[in-house]
Structure formats: C-alpha cells, structure tokens
Design a protein. Structure first.
Length: 391
C-alpha cells in the first residue's frame, strides 16, 4: 500500500468548499435517491416514461440528476461550470454527450460541436483538454466490419473515410490550438479500429508534445499488455504516448455479447484483478515516460499515483500526470488533489436535457450497482452537513 504524502481525501471542508448549503442539500437529495435501489429504479422508470410521453419534466431534471452530473445544456453553460471549478484549481474538459442519430449529417454536427469546444478551450488554462467518442463521428457497424476483416461496400468505404477525416480534423484542430485531446474507449468489438486511428494521429501530432491521448479500460484482461505494446510502438515510431487509464464502462454489455456469440469474455474475472492491472498500468506509465491521465474514483489508486510521482521526482504541476474524475462525483478526491497542487481534470458533460438523459440514466444504474460508490458519496455529504451545523 502506498504512503500517504501530505494529502487526505477525508478533508470534507476542502472537498465541498465550492458548495453552498443549498447546493449541498441538493446533492443530499440526489445521492439519497441513488443510494436507495428501489427509489433509484423507480425514478429511472418514471423519467423514461415522462420523456416518452413528452411530459414537462425538464425542469425537475435540471434541479436533480441533470443539474448535478452535467455542466449545462450548452457550451456557454458548461464553460460557466468549468470556471466555477477553476476557482478551486480544478480544470475541466467539456464533454459533448449526445447520442448520435446514425447518419452523416449527425456525424458532421457532432464533429462541428466538438470543434467548438476546442475553440472555446484555446487560451483558457481551465480547459486543457477536449474529448470525443469515435462513434459520434461515424457508423460503428462499419468499424465492426473493419475489425472483423470483412470487405466494405463502396458506400461503406466512403463513409469510413469520412469518419477518419473527422477524426483527423479534431486532432489537428487540437494540435493547432495547443489543446490536448482524449479519445474515449468503447466496445471491444471495434476498439482495435479506434486504437489504429489514435496511434496514426499520435504519429502525426505527438512528436514534440503530447496532444492525443488514447483510453485504456483496465477491466479488460488483455489491456495491460496492450498498453505495453502501445508504448513499444511509440518508441519504434518516435511519438509520445498519451494514456488515459480507467477501469471501464461496458462490463455487462461485453459479457452479454461474449456469451451470445460464443467467444471468451474479455473482462477480468473479478474487481481485484481489475484493480491490480489498473495500478500496474499507472506504475508502468509513470516509470516509462508515458503521459498519464489517471481516470479513477478509487482513493487507493489516487494515493498510489501521488506516491509514485514523489518517488520518480515528478513535480505536482508537471504536464506528465493528470488526475481525472467525473463532474458531480468524488469531489473529495478532485478538490483535495487540486488543493495540494496536483493537476486535476473533471469531465463536464453537456447537451440538451432530453438528449443527455439516456447517459444519465445509465450513470444512475451504474452507481446503484457499484458496491459502496453512491453510499460513500452519500455518507460524505451527510458528514459535511453535520460539520457545518456544528460550527
């Protein structure tokens, strides 16, 4: 277990410094719902019904789930949320979280919106990163065929080229404006295609500084090996490797598809194996000069990164290492790290309420199924309310 050098994630005064008493009470209501499985599932079901029937529930969503986990509906609103975080040393990336319609016009629109986030980030130290999902730029069915080695029709080939052009357009824009850009990880059955595109972009743009970052989901049992292979490739081709490490986001979907199609489940056998590979991954990155974004809500993993940075002599404000958490979650980690001088990044999702709700519903479902996560958040909120009352 790593040492605990001059930082504690138990400092709730720092963790909730940005929250007024009213905002803290709103957080209490949100996590009280998430912490109750029955209430959470009922709320999710009612939300789905409400939007399906076009009921006027948008205002309720903005005051509860949406308002807590999203920066707003627009770039302007989410930039305001980012500026509030920046007052406490916490940086942000604006994450356009819209479910695509699956046509070329929607892919062009998504690309244009992400370009706007890059433009907004230019010359703003509070917005050092942009981020995108490749499935927002093109048809994932085509990527599945490419990964499987199947031939494409002429129309599919043209569509795939357009997707690659959008991908390069975003990376080039980030390079031109001195912004870093994160490529999100997705499902295993087309992740190889995403990796190939990302390493091609790194070869173009990561020569003198680290611009493009790939994402590694360590709940896949082959991912530590893939990370090491990527590092070897970067050395052979002479580019800087940027790696965002996360535990993962598609566990149930991955397991269901593997069972349905009769191939080996790519997911780790248990959480302990995921935790082990995550920690080995950050150790490898820090020891081998990889530019790391440690995307973790696990306190022990964050302590480990702090400890490794000290042992390797990496300055707190070095560009080599960022810590990342989701907006509205694990503020005890984010704000205490930032208060101690480390580089911290919050993913700040934004988009129209009715369009982003599918993502938020998944977030609620995930939180209620991850042992201890929502209850841990809820417990800290209750402690902070009690602490303030005891002043």
């Amino acid at each position: 277990m790593p040492s605990r050098p001059n930082i504690s994630f138990e400092n709730l005064k720092v963790a909730f410094a940005s929250k007024s008493d009213a905002e803290l009470r709103k957080m209490y209501r949100v996590f009280a719902m998430l912490n109750n499985k029955f209430v959470s599932e009922l709320g999710i079901a009612m939300t789905k019904i409400g939007f399906a029937l076009h009921l006027p529930i948008k205002g309720i969503m903005k005051q509860t789930m949406f308002g807590h986990f999203c920066g707003g509906e627009t770039i302007a609103e989410s930039t305001s949320a980012a500026q509030d975080l920046a007052k406490y040393g916490v940086k942000s990336t604006l994450d356009y979280f819209l479910e695509g319609k699956g046509d070329e016009a929607s892919y062009d629109q998504t690309c244009a919106e992400i370009l706007k986030t890059i433009d907004k980030a230019e010359n703003q130290s509070s917005l050092p990163f942009a981020v995108f999902k490749v499935t927002g730029l093109g048809d994932y069915h085509i990527m599945i065929k490419v990964q499987a080695g199947e031939s494409l029709s002429k129309e599919e080939s043209l569509s795939f080229e357009r997707m690659k052009n959008r991908f390069d357009q975003l990376c080039n824009a980030a390079f031109q404006k001195s912004i870093k850009i994160l490529v999100d990880a997705e499902e295993s059955w087309f992740q190889d295609v995403i990796d190939t595109l990302t390493y091609e972009a790194m070869g173009k743009y990561n020569r003198d500084s680290c611009v493009v970052y790939n994402t590694y989901q360590m709940y896949r049992h082959d991912m530590l090996g893939r990370l090491k292979e990527a590092h070897k490739l970067s050395q052979e081709l002479g580019f800087l490797l940027g790696a965002k490490l996360v535990r993962g986001a598609y566990m149930e979907k991955e397991a269901d598809r593997a069972e349905e199609m009769g191939y080996a489940n790519p997911i780790q056998p248990n959480k302990a194996a995921t935790d082990k590979d995550y920690n080995l991954g950050v150790e490898f990155c820090i020891a081998n000069g990889v530019y790391l974004v440690s995307g973790s809500h696990n306190e022990e993993s964050n302590y480990l990164v702090v400890d490794l940075m000290e042992k390797q002599g990496i300055a707190k404000d070095s560009d080599r290492v960022y810590f990342a958490q989701l907006y509205g979650m694990s503020d005890n980690i984010s704000f205490n790290l930032a208060d101690a001088g480390y580089k911290v990044l919050k993913y700040v999702p934004y988009g129209p309420v009715e369009k982003v709700m599918p993502y938020l519903i998944r977030r609620a479902s995930e939180n209620s199924s991850i042992a201890g996560q929502s209850s841990r958040e809820f417990s800290m909120i209750k402690k902070e309310i009690k602490r303030r009352k005891g002043k």
